[in-house]
Write a protein that binds this ligand. Sequence first.
Ligand SMILES: Cc1cc2nc3c(=O)[nH]c(=O)nc-3n(C[C@H](O)[C@H](O)[C@H](O)COP(=O)(O)O)c2cc1C
Ligand code: SF4
Ligand code: SF4
Length: 254
Amino acid sequence: MIGIYLSGTGNTKHCLTRLMNIIDPDAVLIPIEKTDSAEMLRTESEILLAYPTQFSNVPYMVRDFINKNHEIWQGKKVFCLTTMGAFSGDGTGCAARLLRKYGATVTGGLQVRMPDSVCDNKLLKKSLEENKKIVKEADIKLDQAGKEIKNGNYPREGLGFFAHVAGLMGQRLWFYNKTTDYSSKLKINDDCIGCGACVSLCPMGNLRINNGKAVSNNRCAMCYRCISKCPKKAITLLGDTVIEQCSYEKYRSE
Ligand SMILES: Cc1cc2nc3c(=O)[nH]c(=O)nc-3n(C[C@H](O)[C@H](O)[C@H](O)COP(=O)(O)O)c2cc1C
Ligand code: SF4
Ligand code: SF4
């Protein structure tokens, strides 16, 4: 088995690593941005695909990845793992339907609540203690699910009809226009000092330095990695001010 993941602030990477440590500790985990040269994608028969829910949908970058590699899914077994800040409805189901279209067998789905990675929206901000508690609960859930999967009992979160309706009506329909392409809405303000940190972090290669300032090429996957790591808090996307940068490392308890 191999794990493929998109992770902006580290939540999904953590969850996939924790789950895989139980299911298959020898499994190779590959960030989605490094899959171009990953021959294992073709040769492995089982894949655990992990990503953060965005507007109760699969991030466009992950859909792009599934579509671009459409020829590899026939006959593959895929388990979908999603992380979410509060509610995803059928966060796993959205990818599952696309994967099935290309001939994959979806073995199950798991949706795990983690701290919200959107750090430029006051309404979504939680205290450090609250986020630590969320991570602890997530770890318990992941450990239980891992044991079940090892025994052949695959959870099916987000894959059923009711989850589909909940995801659609709860969020996806209202935010549909935000999920149909890469985003051109990334904002970089004058506080940018041109350090280049964001350029090397971006999984999309969407950023470059021009005249000493970072510039977006309008192909943002909305992962919030650069926004959470910029030393000058100069980057925003959904909001206009960075309230507190997010990173899984801040919230882990061990
Ligand atoms: C653009 C965007 C949209 C999001 N939409 C949702 C959502 O619809 N529901 C939800 O519960 N969390 C949502 N989140 C929160 C993330 O899914 C969650 O924090 C996830 O664990 C981040 O994982 P990562 O650190 O691996 O990127 C959203 C985050 C971003 C950046
Ligand atoms: S990380 Fe921040 S300060 Fe550094 S180049 Fe990017 S936007 Fe500018
Ligand atoms: S520009 Fe920033 S938020 Fe957008 S994909 Fe790159 S790292 Fe993620």
